[in-house]
Design a protein around this ligand. Structure first.
Ligand code: ADP
Ligand code: MG
Ligand code: ZN
Length: 497
């Protein structure tokens, strides 16, 4: 194992001046099914004792015959529809042959030249605008067993095999080499995860190996059409490492090309702690796999009625939801993107809106995208917000009954204690003071106590007002209506009272 390259903080801005990166992404995702791909074993084996979810089929015992899991096929078809791919009327299975202990049969049942979905696309929105990635294919295959390399008590190294994962349904989704930056690759993977979760195809948790992202990276001089030699990167187990690993690989290849070296086609692994990639193996070609049609499974026919039923069952996709939020509900692009990217935020937004009859969606969305997600991300764990309480709070602030700052505080208390927003507002006496008389009295006190700020203002320093407003807010424990406080102060300062 040779480690080379150190991690650049930012993905080689300098290298990008000379070379254009070309990136294609292959994603393997575990499908959300009750049983495995070709047998009746439960697919719910995460955390189970090793080799407790096995049978002759997924152990590859001689004579055992596979039976297709219909649900897994439906989830790939649903994905195909969601990425606007074409689905062939008939498809078949192929054997991909290789010899390794994680594959008990000596071959993996996969799909070679007739994938269940081909020629799709996915549009990803970014603050800099949307980009669309063509998806070459999505196909169905079976997962392999898990190898665990350990050291025995006597010091000897052993490799252990857990067949629980063997034969679990796996979907592979392959893009065209359309991506150009490490950030785009990360955003594509995030959008794909959101899509897969939205349609219920996969839990797509990267840390649990349910979504495995592999990146193919090559460089070419700007203006050159031909692609350079590519390197495949594996073992990235977070979105952050996808971006870092690709950035690092771009740097490594640029340095090699600058030095006049040829890029060797190979598979490299990402070492998160070292921030570098290392050679895993020199890339095999598809010839090495001796693909041939699987004789134990009949061809699969996808009739129009079946496909129509799956299409009818699709929920609103993220892109359509973002567009509806913007166009029909008037949300900012930012709020729409942030809310749709997070299923909890989406749920809270929808239920609060339903509970808030008459409130502007835009007003609710700023609370969900700003305050709710802020609290949730700071807590690091899911938090409970009652939609009726959030609706009440948003209304109180919108009506000017309490200040926004205090509304924020009440939301945090509601999350921490589970108490109702109305109860918390009453208990803490946090009604916003909008009464001109009461705010005016506070303004008088503040002006009397801050002669220097008053003199500054009269000498032309407009910003002294901001300081004085802050003093009024402080004196009223944040309860004064800030706009009324400002008006009261200006009135007094300008009339010289
Ligand atoms: P394999 O199946 O052997 O890994 P493919 O030709 O199917 O190879 O390509 C796998 C992935 O690599 C695809 O996402 C494809 O877009 C991407 N790819 C192909 N050629 C290049 C290249 N020169 N540079 C970057 N990515 C590439
Ligand atoms: Mg590949
Ligand atoms: Zn089994």
């Amino acid at each position: 194992m040779t480690v080379s390259g150190t991690a650049p903080a930012a993905a080689g801005a300098e290298a990008l001046e000379r070379y254009e990166p070309v990136i294609g992404i292959e994603v393997h995702c575990r499908l959300r099914t009750a049983s495995k791909m070709f047998c009746a074993c439960s697919a719910d084996f995460d955390g189970a004792a090793p080799n407790s979810h096995v049978c002759p089929v997924c152990l590859g015992l001689p004579g055992a015959l596979p039976v297709i899991n219909r649900r897994a096929v439906e989830l790939v078809l649903a994905t195909g529809l969601a990425i606007e791919a074409s689905v062939p009327p008939a498809t078949r299975w192929d054997r991909k042959n290789y010899f390794y202990p994680d594959l008990p049969k000596g071959y993996q049942i996969s799909q070679y030249d007739l994938p269940l979905a081909s020629d799709g696309r996915l549009t990803v929105e970014t603050p800099a605008g949307p980009f669309t990635i063509r998806i070459r294919r999505a196909h169905l295959e079976e997962d392999t067993a898990r190898l665990i390399h350990a050291t025995r008590q006597d010091g000897r190294s052993v490799s252990l095999v857990d067949y629980n994962r063997s034969g679990a349904p796996l979907m592979e989704i392959v893009t065209e080499p359309d991506l150009r930056t490490a950030e785009q690759a990360r955003r594509y993977a995030e959008e794909l995860q959101l899509l897969l979760r939205t349609i219920g195809a996969s839990d797509a948790d990267m840390e649990r190996g349910q979504l495995r992202v592999e990146a193919n990276v090559s460089l070419r001089p700007h203006g050159e059409e031909a692609f350079g030699t590519r390197v495949e990167i594996k073992n990235m187990n977070s979105f952050r490492s996808v971006e870092r690993a690709i950035g690092t690989e771009i740097e490594r290849q640029a340095a090699a090309l600058d030095a006049g070296e040829a890029i060797v086609q190979q598979t490299r692994g990402w070492d998160e702690t070292r921030g570098a990639t290392y050679v895993m193996r020199v890339k095999e070609s598809s010839d090495d796999y001796r693909y041939f049609p699987e004789p134990d499974l009949p061809p699969l026919h996808v009739d129009a009625t079946w496909l129509d039923g799956i299409r009818a069952g699709l929920t609103e996709l993220p892109a359509a939801r973002r567009q509806r939020y913007r166009d029909a509900l008037g949300l900012s692009s930012y709020d729409a993107a942030v809310i749709v990217a997070d299923p909890d935020a989406t749920g809270l937004f929808e239920t609060t809106l339903a509970a808030a009859g008459g409130l502007e969606p835009r007003t609710v969305s700023t609370w969900v995208a700003g305050e709710y997600l802020g609290l949730r991300n700071r807590s690091g764990t899911p938090i409970a917000v009652d939609p009726a309480d959030l609706a009440h709070l948003v209304r109180q602030v919108a009506d000017g009954a309490i200040s926004r700052a205090n509304g924020r505080e009440i939301l945090a208390l509601h999350v921490a204690t589970g108490e109702s927003a109305a109860g918390l507002i009453a208990a803490r006496g946090l009604r916003q003071i909008s009464d001109a008389g009461a705010v005016g009295a506070a303004a008088d006190d503040v002006l009397a106590a801050n002669p220097q700020a008053v003199a500054d203002f009269r000498a032309g320093k407009q910003q002294a007002v901001g300081f004085l407003v802050g003093q009024v807010m402080k004196a009223t424990r944040g309860q004064a209506n800030a706009a009324i406080a400002r008006a009261a102060l200006l009135e007094r300062l300008e009339t010289g009272v």
